[in-house]
Write a protein that binds this ligand. Structure first.
Ligand code: HEM
Length: 393
């Protein structure tokens, strides 16, 4: 039924669930002839590939037909462990508990500001600025550059769709980011590298008694900005959009805030902000009668796996009561050694958004003459704009 599918084309992933259902059921592994990459869909297949790090490696790239760079996500084995360990202590659940007070202050301020407005854009006014401010604080990004960073990263991430999408605009945004990185780097050197922000941590760090080189610093810095700002935004906005359309579930979160952490997991499953990550086979690997040859790439289609009927009852139903102790844990953050470094931060940001919204806002309404606009991308899923009228409690 679905033939010659171009999995790198952004439009392929606009309203993709009928297509994902087809592949989940009939063709669990598919060779995309145009891009010469494999795609898998089922939950168990994504898990098996993520776990088999001897066979499936990251160092040949995690985007289709795009080579890797020196950031941790493109490293394997020991090198990956070492790069990740340099900053992992900044993202532990314990560290997040320390950040909660500051994060809540930001969430409260953003929701209060929205309540003064007759009409808001939940992406622009809450979902984008909350994660942006927090990751910018952690990285020590100058205040006046934060909005530009957000715009550059939003442009650059479209380059992750595939080589055809690495446009001049993407390259220009990358150049702008490099200039900012160099300014931030120089400012820290001038100050004697005494700060506690993550860029300074990297600058002071050593792996095998050697400092990180220029390009490791640049690409780690870029990766944290990308992870920090682009994904959580879509989970917050996408989750609130679902709840705007399911007022009984929204009210249930107000009546019983203890449900909110479960709602966060359901939002992550439902939205699944990353469409996929790719791996490269280091040896031939047989799956459902097809062979992924050594050197070929395979895409892990997370939003399909997160609605695999083998794992979830009524998978297309958004249900904040879904019992994740009886059903599988979602794969929105991936799995294995590359499991999302920022998962605790993302969970905190989504939870606080839900807590502060349900406390102060009785109902989220989408104005009759407006529509939510969705992003079109084969890398990230989410909303461009979310116009809304907020009824205060
Ligand atoms: C809802 C929000 C988020 C989602 C859905 C998400 C999803 C993911 C996924 C799917 C991966 C790849 C996992 C794999 O290959 O198995 C990943 C890796 C990563 N994420 Fe996130 N992420 C989110 C938020 C964040 C935040 C807030 C940060 C940082 C501030 C972050 C930083 C990273 C980093 C650094 C990696 C690479 C980890 C490694 O290679 O060891 N992410 N994320």
């Amino acid at each position: 039924m679905f033939q010659n599918v171009d999995f790198c084309a952004p439009s392929t992933h606009d309203n993709p669930y009928e297509m994902y259902d087809y592949f989940l059921e009939h063709e669990p592994i598919y060779f995309d002839e145009k891009n010469e990459v494999w795609e898998v869909f089922r939950y168990d297949d994504v898990v098996a590939i993520e776990r088999d790090t001897e066979t499936f490696i990251n160092s040949e790239g995690v985007r289709p037909n795009i080579p890797g760079d020196p950031a941790m996500i493109y490293q394997d084995g020991e090198q990956h462990n070492k790069q990740r360990a340099l900053v992992s202590s900044a993202f532990t659940p314990r560290q997040m508990r320390k950040m909660e007070h500051r994060a809540r202050e930001i969430a409260v301020e953003l929701v209060d500001t929205m309540l003064q407005m007759s009409e808001v854009d939940i992406v622009r006014d809450l979902a984008a600025p909350l994660p942006l401010r927090l990751i910018s604080d952690m990285l020590g990004t100058p205040e006046e550059k934060r909005e530009s960073v957000r715009q550059w990263i939003s442009t650059m991430i479209q380059g992750g769709n595939g080589p055809d999408y690495v446009t001049d605009e993407v390259n220009d945004s990358f150049d702008e980011f490099i200039m900012l990185h160099e300014e931030m780097h120089a400012a820290r050197l001038a100050a004697g590298c005494t700060g506690s922000d993550i860029l300074t941590i990297w600058m002071n760090a050593e792996i095998n008694r050697e400092k990180l080189d220029e390009s490791q610093l640049l690409f780690e810095h870029l990766l944290l900005n990308t992870g920090g700002a682009e994904t959580t935004r879509n989970a917050i906005a996408g989750g609130l959009e679902r709840l705007a359309n399911a007022p009984e579930q929204y009210n249930a979160l107000y009546d019983n805030p203890d449900l909110i952490p479960n709602a966060v997991e359901e939002i992550l499953r439902w939205v699944t902000p990353f469409v996929n990550m790719y791996r490269t086979a280091a040896r031939d690997y047989e799956l459902h009668g097809k062979v992924i040859k050594a050197g070929q790439q395979v895409g892990l289609t997370y939003p399909a796996a997160n609605r695999d009927p083998r794992k979830y009852s009524d998978p297309h139903k958004f249900d904040v009561f879904r019992d994740f102790t009886k059903e599988a844990k979602h794969l929105a953050f991936g799995l294995g050694p590359h499991f999302c470094l920022g998962a605790s931060l993302a969970r905190l940001e989504i939870r606080l958004s839900l807590e502060e919204m349900t406390k102060r806002v009785k109902r989220i309404r989408i104005p009759e003459d407006k529509e939510v606009e969705y992003l079109s991308s084969s890398f990230i899923r989410g909303l461009k704009t979310f116009p809304a009228i907020l009824d205060p409690r």
